[in-house]
Design a protein around this ligand. Sequence first.
Ligand code: HPA
Length: 272
Amino acid sequence: MHQVQTILEAKNYIVSKTNANPMIGLVLGSGLGSLADDIENPVTIPYSDIPHFAKSGAVGHANEMVIGELKGKTVVAMKGRFHYYEGFSLDEVTFPVRVLKALGVETLILTNACGAVNTSFQPGDLMLITDHINLVGTNPLTGPNNSELGTRFPDSSQIYNLELRNLALETAKEQNMTLQQGVYAWWSGPAYETPAEIRMIRTLGADAVGMSTVPEAMVAIHSSMKVLGISCLTNMASGILDQPLSHNEVIDVAGRVRSKFIELVKGVLEKI
Ligand code: HPA
């Protein structure tokens, strides 16, 4: 359970570095961090300087917060996140979301790289997350509830905000971009799934599978934030093609899709 005191200490440190008041938060997944390079008047804060942030070492993540303006909106971007598979507790994984909320963020845009389970999708497609399935068997809200932070039993019937989804769909249409839609299944990792697990995940109703996003989305909902989730489908999930999965491929494809992804997010920011 997150303590209000630690959240405020982290918030106060960030506030001491910038006068900006971000209303929109961006969590940038594998290979997608360069969106933060376009932020104007940036103030960059390494996670390692922020009180109570965990220490991350994930490959392909810069691990810093960038606060500034993007498309006329004051944003706070997280270049890199904490993953459950790294051994962090779900409290550590989701602590930054609490801090973003304390900073005044009302809209959280979560991004990730993930595998395509739906065989009509292609590597390099972007997917709007419509809903999720938690396959990990644990939940970041487990434990005593702090009612200062949110309600005991949060409604999860619309975690990924419909208005924001519609803005993303409109933006994709204007940009002539294919934007798939689907359900994201959260897999703990760090091993990629087996082909049998992918068949199970498809049977359960998911279109994509990845190792992040869901815990942050749950804490964001608990914090009464509006959530938008966008996935970069970097590969067909295990067993769909006759080839092994590799992290290099994930980073490679995320890199190739980067400019398309950045345009989509910027287009959405303009409309928010
Ligand atoms: N499975 C899980 N996580 C992933 C994948 C995948 O196929 N690709 C990128 N992240």
